[in-house]
Design a binder for this molecule. Structure first.
Ligand SMILES: [Zn+2]
Length: 298
């Protein structure tokens, strides 16, 4: 790979072209980050004087395109830096502390390991993009929620349900009407802002002492319910999931089975779901910490 892609340039500066291999492109994508964790223990001084990290502090000039090797500035057992420009006083002082040992190769040391050996594991840990787990997704995929429910809530959050506004976008022409009033049936109206949904959210917000404004975005609702909650599966993360599910079920029953869409029916369903989860052994006492006073809703 060195011969193929780095004929006239240091690997840190070699260019990438569309025809190059995927492996080479991936290596190039992470080379600066990997180089930060590499240090050369000086032996015969074959590493690049300017670009590579052989001084304790840092590379001398990582942007340099010079091919000078460290050994080029060593002669007769001493450093010859008289003609070298671009070195700070500190760098010169550091260099004079080091020695070339001509019968030993330079040794690359991986700074992230205890013994200097390269390790794929800690290299991967360093390079991978770590993202903070979203409170929404950690709530819906919690162990206390049956996977069937998690999947449905995931679809709700993704707005992948056949609501009127979505069907309109797909070209279907019909008059939209929600199940509680004469509003258009939109995602936000069904799950957050219709009068019954507001009543249901308010009911549980009051019960759990959650500070919740009238939100128009579900991720803000989950954020409010997840604040101060660190444990996955906590009751405070479960309740908004059950509210969404029950609002959706109530909407479907009203639309397709002409059942009444009402506050008491929805709350009854939420409590029933909670009861099933408790009796199935998926919810333990520890999950109620921070829940409503008295411990149980059902
Ligand atoms: Zn409505």
């Amino acid at each position: 790979m060195l011969v193929k892609y780095c004929r006239n340039a240091h690997p840190l500066h070699a260019r990438v072209y569309p025809a190059h291999s995927r492996i080479w492109k991936r290596l190039v994508a992470i080379r600066e980050r990997a180089e930060e964790h590499l240090h050369w223990q000086l032996g015969r001084g074959a590493c690049n004087f300017w670009v590579e990290s052989w001084l304790p502090s840092s590379p001398i000039n990582s942007a340099s395109s010079s091919h000078d090797c460290v050994k080029d500035f060593w002669a007769d057992g001493a450093w010859n830096l008289d003609q070298v420009v671009g070195l700070s006083q500190d760098q010169r002082a550091e260099i004079f502390q080091l020695r070339i040992i001509s019968d030993i190769d330079d040794i690359p040391l991986w700074k992230l390991s205890n013994n200097g050996d390269f390790s794929f594991k800690n290299a991967f840990d360093e390079i991978r993009v770590s993202t903070e787990l979203s409170p929404i997704y950690s709530a819906i995929w919690a162990s206390t929620i049956p996977k069937k429910m998690s999947f449905l809530v995931w679809r709700i959050l993704k707005n992948w349900l056949p609501l009127d506004t979505l069907l309109h976008k797909k070209g279907n022409q019909f008059a939209s009407k929600c199940q509680c009033c004469w509003s258009i049936e939109s995602h936000n109206h069904v799950f957050l802002t219709n009068p019954i949904a507001i009543q249901v959210w308010d009911h549980y917000v009051g019960m759990f002492g959650i500070w919740q404004q009238i939100f128009t975005q579900l991720h803000l609702v989950f954020k409010a319910w997840s604040l101060t909650v660190s444990e996955k599966g906590y009751i405070r993360r479960l309740i908004p999931v059950l509210i969404l599910l029950s609002l959706w079920v109530a909407r479907n029953k009203a639309k397709h089975s002409e059942q009444r869409y009402c506050f008491h029916g929805i709350v009854k369903r939420i409590n029933h779901c909670l009861s099933i989860i408790v009796h199935s052994g998926m919810l333990y006492y520890k999950h109620w910490k921070g829940g409503p006073r008295g411990g149980c809703l059902v």
